[in-house]
Design a protein around this ligand. Structure first.
Ligand code: AMP
Length: 509
């Protein structure tokens, strides 16, 4: 079984004729087919002047082509998948920050990313899929990059396979370069934690511009010699039909998706009975123990809650498979990297039972944010990466996340930097001050809210401000509640404190 340190080794694992990528109403792309696709893609990129460590922005709808493009482009360049729901302004930031050498879109795409790329002089590479061909297979066509050709051929362990951005405490998202050795270590950690083999098939409903879907669903499955059935994203109404068609052995999702699935489970008992799973995995936000229990009862399988993060190429801790115990409300035991608790001032590591900052160390962890020495100085202490999450490890080694030291909003697994939203709100002529914060939500866990102080004499309503934000930021970042106050409430220390603001303002789920 693969101990690959680069994607080219990782995709060498599966049997030639075994399915690798599956999709509704399509023949499978085999592991042999995926290897040929990767070789062809690297050759095509090299012909366009794109080679190892060249960032290639990818804006594709969720589905088999996105999964295949991630693997095949990573085989010889650096992939940078972007959320297709971004607005032009967001694409402009990401394409610039990445210094993208090309933008890959499907032929006929209407994405605003295209005009942005053209304005920036970033060459467009078209992905042409064959709807009747194997799931995910494609060819690339485009104009040469115009810059000197870089090093071609297959990528290696220390090349950057994937760049994703994380919402930081600053308004600008931070760039997280993940090397081949990082993503392959993480795929291996997930494979080991879940006991994945060539017989496993994952139903992917996660977005493929986020670390969870890319690594836990796609790369771990391919590295195990197994397969991934790529749904066109999550749709609670279609989930059970997909289950029946894909006959997967497992799926991985965020808690809000599990809740939506549970809400429809009763009327889909037949589909559930006809598709026995081996396990269900949950990650990216905390899984309420009641949801875990209901899922286990409904599907009669272990529900494995794991703890992941972009900077860790996803998985850090995971509840183990039976016969080892799962502890509801915990994110399980270290599952790959070393996991420890550090005193919040960074002075020392704490013993079990003490609460502090969760820190990690291991071959899945990024070497550091790109071009951001300040963020790196804050993020690494004595070789440990500081997650910004607060937690405690019990005597059996199980980690419980108890809070968050960073300002991010976790909206059902989607992360939002409150400062990014503040900045957009403050650009509105009627807004004097704005503070965005996390508000409890019964289904999503957290939702985006904002307090606004208007310029004296000016007026603006909640919907006007929401439309204003929505023109510049993707929908999930738009505050669902905007409160208008005479001043921004300060915490006991007199300083602005986003954490706990919802509670102080009486906003409850
Ligand atoms: P991302 O980089 O989008 O994967 O987000 C990482 C963050 O999601 C972590 O730092 C945690 O704050 C949160 N997170 C991930 N998994 C869990 C979990 N199982 N329980 C609670 N929070 C989680």
């Amino acid at each position: 079984m693969s101990a690959a340190t680069n994607v080219n080794e990782l995709i060498a694992t599966g049997r030639d004729d075994a399915p690798a990528i599956l999709a509704p109403d399509r023949p499978a792309l085999s592991h042999g087919g995926l290897r040929r696709l990767a070789a062809d893609t690297v050759a095509a990129l090299n012909r366009l002047g794109i080679g190892r460590n060249d960032p290639v922005a990818i804006v594709l709808p969720n589905g088999p082509e996105m999964a295949a493009a991630f693997v095949a482009i990573a085989a010889g360049a650096t992939t940078a998948p972007l959320n297709p729901a971004y607005r032009a302004e967001e694409f402009d930031f990401y394409l610039g920050d990445l210094d993208a050498k090309a933008l890959v879109v499907e032929r006929g795409s209407q994405s605003p990313a295209i005009a942005v790329a053209q304005a920036r002089g970033v060459p467009i590479v078209e992905l042409i899929a064959d709807p009747a061909g194997p799931a995910g297979a494609f060819v690339l066509e485009g104009a040469a990059a115009g810059r000197p050709a870089t090093i071609g051929g297959p990528a290696d362990a220390d090349d950057v396979a994937l760049i994703l951005h994380t919402s930081g405490t600053t308004s600008r998202p931070k760039m997280v370069p993940l090397r081949h050795r990082n993503v392959c270590a993480s795929a291996r950690n997930i494979r080991v934690a879940l006991g994945l083999t060539a017989a496993d098939c994952c139903l992917n409903i996660m977005p493929l511009f986020h670390i969870h879907g890319l690594i836990a669903a796609v790369l771990s499955s391919i590295g195990a010699g197994g397969s991934v059935f790529c749904a066109p994203g999550f749709n609670a109404l279609r989930f059970f039909a997909q289950l029946t068609e894909a006959k997967p052995t497992w799926y991985t999702a965020v808690p809000t998706m599990h809740q939506a699935i549970l809400a429809r489970a009763e009327r889909n008992r037949e589909a559930i009975a006809a598709t026995p799973l081996r396990l269900i995995r949950s990650s990216s936000a905390s899984l309420p123990p009641q949801v875990m229990r209901a899922l286990e009862e409904t599907f009669s399988v272990p529900v494995i809650e794991s703890y992941g993060m972009t900077e860790a190429a996803h998985q850090m801790a995971s509840n183990p498979l039976p016969p080892r115990p799962r502890k509801p409300g915990t994110v399980g035991v270290a599952a790959g990297p070393e996991v420890a608790i550090m005193e919040e001032d960074g002075a020392r590591l704490l013993p079990s039972g003490d609460t502090g900052e969760v820190v990690i160390r291991g071959d899945n962890v990024t070497a550091g944010y790109a071009a951001n020495p300040e963020a790196n100085a804050k993020a690494f202490t004595d070789g440990w990466f500081r997650t910004g999450d607060q937690g405690v490890i019990d005597a059996d080694g199980y980690l419980t996340i108890t809070g968050r030291l960073k300002e991010l909003i976790n909206r059902g697994g989607e992360k939002i930097s409150p400062r990014e939203v503040d900045e957009v709100l403050m650009d509105h002529p009627a807004v004097d001050q704005a503070v965005t914060f996390s508000m409890p939500h019964d289904k999503l866990g957290e939702e985006v809210a904002a307090v606004v102080v208007l310029v004296e004499g000016a007026s603006a309503g909640e919907s006007e401000l929401r439309d204003f934000v929505s023109a510049r930021l993707a929908d999930f970042k738009v505050p669902r509640r905007i409160l208008f106050l005479a001043e921004i409430p300060k915490g006991a220390t007199g300083k602005l404190q986003r954490i706990g603001l919802a509670q102080r303002l009486g906003l409850t789920a």
